[in-house]
Design a protein around this ligand. Sequence first.
Ligand code: KIV
Ligand code: NA
Length: 266
Amino acid sequence: MKRLTVPAIQRRKGGEPLVMLTAYTARMAQLLDSHCDLLLVGDSLGQVIYGLPSTLAVTLDMMCAHGAAVVRGSYHSVVVIDMPFGSYEASPEAAFAAASRIMAETGAAAVKLEGGEAMAPTIAFLTARGIPVMAHIGLTPQAVNVLGGYGARGRTNAEHAKIIGDARAVAEAGAFAMVVEGVLEPLARTITAEVSCPVIGIGASADCDGQVLVTEDMLGLFDRTARFVKRYDDMAGRISAAVGDYAAEVRARTFPTSEQTYAAKE
Ligand code: KIV
Ligand code: NA
């Protein structure tokens, strides 16, 4: 299986839905790769891997280290790396410096950044210089302190119009795709119909061109529940049960048995 490309993803607009999941490690990337079109090294790793309270303290070093691991662990999916808070907002030039480091150190095919109209010049700047950009609009977690929380967006007419304007602006700036997070269903449908690039939804209804979830959320491995997460497994429960069995057997000296023991020389 040859690795998909950014133009191949763009051509999927309106076609078979795009499948995207987050991955932070080489092993998880290996397990997800053949099922997915895109793997996202999300800055959600701040909460999921590092126990941080939000994505704001995630660093470029973290994104580069995990991004390189995910590229090494995959050979089919397009790998997209989140630009961390503080690394791209100040200017297109600052964004290029950070994004080019991500591309060079990880071997990924694209970066993702949060923001609409305000980030359009940056998206155009990076794209013109060889860095494909996935936009992320609607509920943008790096702006939690401005938004006041992680609630769904697009509930007022003003917010609805603002987010449609954001979608148009990032598409016109050349974003090869966009994540639309946490918006009311009619808004997701309008955006998907209006922009020419694929719209990948998370908490944005089935009307998008694809879906993304945080893998640990959908596996039931992370202790957070958003309405838009469907749990396909209860891995936290299964890990706890397995570790409980191990602990009990160690304490009872029933593990290891002769099967796990190097016998003495004959
Ligand atoms: O960081 C992340 O995991 C994301 C997805 C939820 C879209 O940005
Ligand atoms: Na993110």
